[in-house]
Design a protein around this ligand. Structure first.
Ligand SMILES: [Zn+2]
Length: 169
């Protein structure tokens, strides 16, 4: 059961690489929030956990709404389509990570059209015996740390790419 921090970091890393260089922090931060958002169903929402907020439909709608809210100004016009796709990927990464975990009864990817819960055929995340410390440790090593490194690399490598391009121009 990946924590919100892990989800957010994965969303941040996706946004850092999916943008045209150089990566912009604003896109990364909104993507991080989008990737963590599906777990609002923990907070006493009148819906079951890992149902509608974890669905593909919610990811699409959420990406459009978040793009409209946070990237409304004219300066974003030419980037907006790409930003919407990036935010959609961030949302989808949440359901994907949850689907990789042995914990819970699976994810309702097709809500509200189907209540069927899916779990991916490979569930390396989570401890089958439910030991929390083991889960957190495993998650930190397998998902969180790599995501931090990958995001950091994006800023290093792609920031440099941009400087090289500007120098060549
Ligand atoms: Zn979740």
């Amino acid at each position: 059961m990946p924590t919100p921090l892990t989800h957010a970091t994965v969303g941040f890393a996706i946004a850092a690489w999916a943008q045209q260089p150089p990566p912009m922090r604003r896109v990364c931060l909104v993507a991080a929030a989008c990737a963590a958002l599906p777990d609002i169903d923990y907070l006493g929402w009148p819906v079951a956990h890992r149902s509608i907020t974890h669905s593909i439909a919610f990811a699409l709608a959420g990406a459009l709404v978040a793009t409209a809210i946070f990237f409304r100004s004219a300066e974003w016009r030419e980037h907006r389509a790409r930003v919407a796709v990036i935010l959609g990927l961030a949302f989808l990464s949440h359901g994907l990570l949850d689907g990789l975990s042995a914990y819970s009864y699976g994810v309702e990817y097709f809500a509200p059209f189907s209540p069927h819960r899916f779990r991916l055929w490979w569930t390396p995340l989570g401890d089958p015996e439910g030991r929390l410390t083991k889960q957190f440790l495993q998650e930190a090593l397998v998902v969180l740390l790599p995501a931090v490194v990958i995001a950091w690399l994006a800023f290093r490598v792609r920031g440099r790419q941009r400087r090289a391009n500007t120098a060549a121009a």
